[in-house]
Design a protein around this ligand. Structure first.
Ligand code: PM9
Length: 471
């Protein structure tokens, strides 16, 4: 996949390719539909890629959430599901894996990430609180708001600039955070909401130096740091590759050290943990754990399954062990980079540096003639589907939603279309097809017009909103 200079052998070729550390044992057929069929499917879906049937999709880059291929060991693990209502043995396997690789003490399972976000938000936030974080994420912020809090963005400025090549664009700006604490008072800040890597910024990592300094700052005010660990193994890869002193540390060691600076984490196991469903909350503070264990029985299920089947918990436990294998995570990020590099070679505007889980097309620059309230990123996702049946996702003004106080659209600086790569699913040839489709849509960009939103749901509108192209 990527090429490395020979180190130990002959220099005659000057390159050595590197491939995925797995081979394919089972396949799922996919097919490309005709242009007319794609047009019909998109019309029916109201130009929202979330509303297209998956059977009508050729290469599905909507999300890396729940779309991973599980390993043979994980599939075998499903057969070991202990479906007892209480005290399933698979819960204890999950607890063991999280304690070993993340290092947290108390584990509360949840049906997926937002279930865990609900628990932590309800356990810690009081009405009127402010929750600082390194850029918002849709479901995370919504749960913080529903619990009565207000999210405050304290990410470094470079994160909002798609052309900044700064290596750790997920970092918290400690001066911004300090100024916020001084302004609202530490008592109003129940925790700092830290995500590694930062999804909405383009999958950008947080450095170890930043989390250490963040912890030191927060300790001074008695504020805990909680981690969105959804793509933290990918974050560990960037630290290993780019941060001084971590080249010889394993992904497992880096992950464990990073988590040690935080008081707990919530997790969408559907990403890094390599499963199709699941999530968890893990904390060190017994009092927080007690609150979460009490809430989980109301909203998710008993504290030893939290909405997951026993077999699902087994698959998560095994997935966590596979996630930290250095070869796995390197091939995962290198595949994302392979796609990104093709696009960069054709001078197509994408967020740089290339992040961990997706290529983010810079729709604002791609369609610089389409105003943001005509949804350039949504338009680009629609055009890609029309061209090739490749499904992507809007991450711009539609995802940002409306300001609950003013009711106006929130206009983020980043207006992006995300090509999200599922783990262990597609080959390099699929990446070539995707890149070529982006190029074709890019070449036709001047003829493309924006869209109007014709239906808007109240919450998380990007999932269900409907659009119509402007004539
Ligand atoms: N992320 C994604 O496609 C799933 C649907 S879009 C809301 O990127 C982070 C950083 C996420 C995330 C989901 C969740 C919620 C929390 N944090 O989808 O509820 O990227 O498992 O996780 C999606 P669940």
């Amino acid at each position: 996949m990527t090429t490395h200079k020979y180190r130990t052998m002959g220099q005659q070729f000057g390159r050595r390719s590197w491939a995925e550390p797995w081979k394919i044992k089972m396949v799922e057929p996919i097919r490309m539909m005709s242009a007319e069929e794609r047009q019909r499917a998109l019309d029916e879906a109201g130009y929202n890629t979330f509303l297209i049937r998956s059977e009508d999709v050729y290469i599905d880059l909507l999300t890396d959430s729940g779309t991973s291929a599980m390993s043979d060991r994980q599939w075998a693990g499903l057969m070991l599901g202990d479906e007892a209502y209480a005290g399933s043995r698979n819960y204890y396997h999950l607890e063991e894996a999280i304690r070993k690789y993340y290092g947290y003490r108390h584990i509360v399972p949840a049906h997926q990430g937002r279930g865990a976000e609900h628990l932590i938000s309800r356990a810690l936030i009081q009405p009127g609180d402010v929750i600082p974080g390194n850029m918002y994420f849709t479901t995370t912020r919504l749960h913080q708001e529903l619990a009565g809090g207000t999210f405050a963005d304290v990410i470094v400025d470079e994160a909002h600039d798609p052309s900044s090549r700064s290596p750790f664009k997920g970092n918290v700006d400690l001066d911004k955070l300090k100024a916020l604490i001084e302004k609202v008072g530490a008592k109003k800040i129940p925790y700092v909401s830290l995500a590694g890597t930062v999804n909405m910024a383009g999958g950008q990592p947080v450095s170890m130096a930043n989390v250490k300094a963040l912890r030191a700052l927060c300790d001074g005010y008695g504020i805990p740091v909680y981690l969105d660990a959804t793509r933290m193994a990918e974050n560990a890869f960037f630290i290993q590759e780019q941060e001084e002193g971590y080249r010889d540390k394993s992904i497992a060691e880096i992950l464990r050290e990073f988590c040690s600076y935080t008081a707990g984490a919530w997790m969408s196991a559907k990403k890094d943990n390599l499963v199709n469903i699941g999530g968890w909350l893990a904390v060190n503070d017994e009092r927080v754990a007690e609150k979460a264990r009490n809430l989980v029985v109301v909203y998710e299920g008993l504290q030893t399954y939290g909405g997951m089947a026993g077999r699902d918990m087994e698959a998560v436990a095994i997935g966590i062990g596979e996630m930290v294998e250095d070869d796995h995570i390197r091939s995962r990020v290198q595949q994302v980079r392979y796609l990104g590099q093709l696009l960069l070679d054709w001078e197509i505007p994408i967020v740089e540096p290339i992040g961990g889980h997706a290529i983010f097309l810079n729709a604002r620059e791609f369609y610089d003639h389409i105003p943001q309230d005509q949804f350039p990123a949504q338009t680009l996702a629609a055009q890609l589907y029309l061209d090739s049946g490749v499904r992507s996702m809007e991450r711009g003004v539609v995802s940002a939603g409306r300001d609950p106080r003013t009711g106006d659209h929130r206009y983020p600086r980043l207006e992006l279309t995300r090509l999200t790569i599922p783990r262990r699913v597609y080959t390099q040839a699929h990446m070539d097809v995707v890149a070529e489709s982006v190029k074709i849509v890019y070449d036709a960009r001047r003829e493309t017009k924006g869209m109007n939103m014709v239906y808007e749901p109240e919450y998380l509108r990007f999932f269900q909103a409907r659009f119509r192209p402007i004539d």
